[in-house]
Write a protein that binds this ligand. Structure first.
Ligand code: TRP
Ligand code: ZN
Length: 854
């Protein structure tokens, strides 16, 4: 008998093997008869041979389906069925295919296809989940209109498009915009709507709804405002208007990722849409605003223009992340958003690009596409759009985007199509730029400078280290935004963009009276690692004087990183002058508090490990942890007078408001509280815990206490107060692990997996525990290997239930070769145990093989 659970990897598929579909679809009609254990799906699909492909083999993807019957042009047939799909003989002319299948949404723990979450039915079809709903050509270049009838005894029955009729126990929907199957969605449940309306720029009225479970209706207002702001922004900035009569969002508790842009029916992880001052922290509000915008923006960049094949994923994701970052910059602070994005890019994408999981922004092969929803495709993909905009200028970018929408509306497009609109608008040859899409790895950019007779010369050298499958890489075009400062701090050269195209290249600046201090890669104009042997004085100078807010922050971040690296190697302590500068920045009222908070944020310990490794030094996570603690304590002592004063000064008036200004003050206040808690035995934090009327300050104070091993009572009280709230409990679970001492972190995680409220089947809860463990650098990489072993145990247990979430969490192991022999052998043991697990999913099989190959 055939075992449905594959033990082998999927076959590798290649971009170069792309062929157009053999058959196209003109229309789809679906009827769903909902039942938890036996939902019937009846389909009627109008096919037509594709003139662009002479192949006439007819194959429909379908997995885990029970076929009841199938017909061609009304005649019952007996198709050939495998565990991958269905084939049969078809006419050499347009024909209709009909089928009825049975599926069991209640048994679907993979959360892909049609599944159930807390009593509601919902779907997730990207990338290849529709084939678990019915037989279909499940590929993004097959686009069709969909008509859907849902029959079920539930008050809310939703699908894509516009409502087309409803009655007792049924509802009908019609989506007039042709779409690929991955954008199909269905939701059914006892839900309650938070409703509003939006008038589009051309005067059409759109009904807006956020559907949630009873009890959550008070957590929708913020998301609704974010949605309306996104709709207006896309009209104003990109000239994109919404195109249906209705736009629905649904919050779901069990969801593998953040959210999904299904046409007219976005489905969200409840953590990415539900918000209230009492239960959400400032960062949640900002994330929710960004994700609502992201999914909404996909309506044009993703849905109206979709991807030809899954290798082109960055076409929609890179561009849409770029668009949502522009939106956030406009809604909040540009520099703060940029700094946060770069912190995140370095922590996730640079790490990916420098390890065994490195792959190009547009990969050329994959086994499981779900493993390629990565920081590289999304975040580096967005960086490429930003570079392109820097290179061609704002005006040409706007023109190129207009052309893109005009030329490709309704298309399943490629990166070639995308670059062509830029070439056609600007006359530029983008051949070299395209290497950013095809070559993996983070370029290293080194710089020398020279001053002679009033002429300043900067010489750059670029080099990209080898990545899996790519040994040597030709030079890329790198836009280097540069400013020059005179020794007294004046800007003698305002920001200009140098276009580097050679492996080594010099740029000169004339007529300077004295050697300037260069401010290189302003605004982080390219995703590269800048290696500059700058002196500590130069960094201190830029920290004090750089007119570019990003590079000013960067100077501080470099000093902080170097300090830790020096201390790990040679001991020592932070210098008084540096501590004074930190204090001056903290008190500088001319700076945005959010920016000041970022300036005081210590570098991630993992970053220090990466930086040491790059210098040929084997990092010791425990030593990095100890030094970080020492520095934090020294800084706190230096702030003994400042911290309480600034803490009081950063108080925000009640009632709580999640706006950027107030959130920035709270961020700086939280930094001060962290310092104060190191000095006052937890008195201030305990008082804040008791008095806070919002989650930001309540949770912030609890975290401050736990990080100093205080707060047992507050911790217990927090649990009692919030145990009914799933999203607050996720935070509480994470905090129990994140603030444990390194030698206790895996024990803490283990304890939380035994907690009555732990549920591995819920991805948010699983991630709360194991995301916190993996994020605890010294804890996860503890020399005992307990962190590796525990994560391996739980990934092996989760894999049969939910391969996608298991495979995503595998990336915790991706930097295992950075560390010493003992840690490596313990990590290898854990990885090999996962690899040997019986019936391992193709998803996890691919991940573990890639990680072990390093
Ligand atoms: N396309 C979604 C986005 O970026 C993300 C996504 C891809 C997803 N696959 C998914 C979400 C699977 C949930 C589950 O917005
Ligand atoms: Zn997206």
């Amino acid at each position: 008998m055939l075992d449905a659970r594959a033990t082998q990897p999927n076959p590798t598929i290649y971009l170069k093997d792309y062929t157009p579909p053999a058959y196209l679809v003109d229309s789809v009609a679906l009827t769903f008869r909902l039942a938890p254990k036996a939902t019937r799906v009846i389909s009627r699909i109008q096919f037509r041979p594709n003139p662009d492909n002479v192949n006439r083999d007819f194959f429909l993807e379908g997995e885990d389906l029970k076929l009841i019957w199938a017909k061609i042009d009304g005649e019952e047939i007996t198709p050939h069925i495998t565990d991958k799909g269905l084939s049969c003989a078809v006419p050499d002319a347009p024909f209709s295919f009909e089928a009825e299948v049975e599926i069991a949404p209640e048994d679907n723990t993979a959360l892909e296809g049609l599944y159930m979450s807390s009593g509601m039915y919902c779907t997730q079809c990207e990338a290849q989940g529709f084939r678990k709903i019915t037989y279909y050509p499940d590929r993004p270049d097959v686009m069709s209109t969909f008509s859907v009838r849902i029959e079920g005894d539930l008050p809310v029955l939703l699908s894509n498009g516009n409502p087309a009729g409803a009655g007792h126990g049924f509802a009908e929907w019609h989506d007039p915009w042709p779409k690929p199957a991955y954008l199909f969605a269905l939701v059914a449940g006892d839900l309650i709507a938070h409703s509003d309306q939006f008038n589009t720029v051309s005067g059409k009225q759109v009904d807006l709804n956020i559907y949630v479970r009873h009890g959550d209706e008070g957590k929708c207002a913020f998301g609704m405002e974010a949605l309306k702001a996104s709709m207006r922004w896309d009209e104003t900035v990109y000239g994109r208007e919404y195109d249906l009569d209705i736009f629905n969002i649904v919050a779901v508790d069990d969801f593998n990722m953040g959210a999904m842009e299904n046409k007219g029916l976005n489905i969200f992880n409840s953590s990415c849409v539900l918000a209230s001052p009492e239960t959400s922290i400032d960062a949640n509000f900002e994330t929710i605003e960004a994700i609502i915008a992201h999914e909404y923006f996909h309506n044009w960049t993703g849905n109206r223009i979709t991807c030809r094949d899954w290798f082109q994923l960055c076409l929609k994701e890179g561009l849409t992340v770029y668009r949502d970052s522009q939106f956030t910059s406009d809604m909040r602070s540009g520099p703060v958003k940029r700094i946060r994005d770069v912190i995140d890019l370095r922590a996730r994408q640079f790490r990916e690009d420098g390890g065994p999981l490195a792959h190009p922004v547009r990969p050329e092969s994959f086994q499981e596409i779900n493993n390629f929803y990565t920081a590289t495709v999304y975040e580096k993909g967005a960086e490429l759009i930003g570079m392109l905009k820097t290179l061609v200028g704002d005006e040409a970018y706007a023109k190129a985007l207009d052309l893109y929408f005009e030329r490709h509306d309704g298309d399943a497009a490629t990166i070639e199509d995308w670059l062509k609109v830029f070439e056609d608008t600007t006359g530029r040859d983008l051949t070299q730029f395209k290497r950013w899409y095809s070559d993996a790895g983070t370029p290293r950019l080194s710089v020398r400078d020279d001053f002679k007779d009033g002429t300043y010369t900067l010489t750059f050298k670029q080099e990209t280290p080898p990545t899996p499958g790519q040994d040597s890489k030709p030079p890329r075009v790198i836009p280097i935004a540069l400013g020059l400062l005179s020794p007294n701090g004046d800007e003698v050269q305002a920001t200009t963009v140098l276009e580097m195209t050679e492996a080594e290249q010099s740029f000169t600046f004339e007529g300077l009276g004295a050697p300037p201090v260069p401010s290189i890669l302003r605004g982080f104009s390219a995703p590269v690692i800048l290696e500059r042997a700058s002196t500590p004085e130069e960094r201190a100078f830029l920290l004090a004087h750089d007119t570019d807010p990003f590079n000013r922050w960067e100077a501080g971040a470099q000093i902080a990183r170097q300090l830790r690296m020096d201390m790990v190697q040679n001991g020592g302590a932070p210098e008084g002058e540096y501590l004074d500068t930190l204090r001056d920045i903290a008190r500088d009222a001319s700076l945005d508090p959010a920016y000041r908070a970022l300036m005081l944020q210590p570098p991630a310990q993992e970053d220090i490990a990466q930086a040491l490794h790059a210098k040929g030094i084997t990092p010791d996570p425990q030593a990095i942890y100890d030094i970080s603690e020492t520095i934090a304590q020294t800084v706190a002592t230096h702030f003994a007078d400042t911290a309480p004063r600034l803490y009081a000064e950063m108080d925000t008036p009640a009632p709580y408001s999640p706006d950027a200004k107030a959130a920035g003050k709270r961020a700086l206040q939280a930094r001060m509280l962290g310092m104060i808690t190191r000095l006052d035995g937890g008195k201030t934090a305990a008082a804040q815990c008791a008095s806070a009327d919002n989650m930001t300050q309540h949770y912030g104070a609890l975290c401050a206490l736990l990080s100093q091993e205080f707060g047992a009572d507050e911790n217990a009280a927090f649990y009692q107060q919030w145990k009914h709230d799933r999203l607050v409990m996720d935070k509480w679970f994470a905090a129990q692990i994140a603030f444990a001492a390194p030698d206790k972190a895996s024990d803490a995680a283990k304890r939380m997996t035994h907690h009555a409220d732990f549920n591995a089947k819920n991805p948010n809860r699983f991630r709360a525990v194991f995301g916190a463990l993996a994020g605890h650098h010294a804890g996860f990489h503890h020399i005992s290997g307990a962190g590796y072993a525990l994560l391996a145990d739980h990934l092996i247990a989760l894999d049969p239930l939910n391969p996608q979430t298991t495979a995503r969490m595998m990336s915790a192991f991706s930097s295992w070769t950075l560390y010493d022999a003992q840690r490596q052998s313990l990590a290898r043991e854990a990885l090999e145990r996962i690899a040997a697990a019986k019936g391992l999913s193709p998803d996890t099989t691919e991940m573990v093989a890639r990680i072990l190959a390093s």
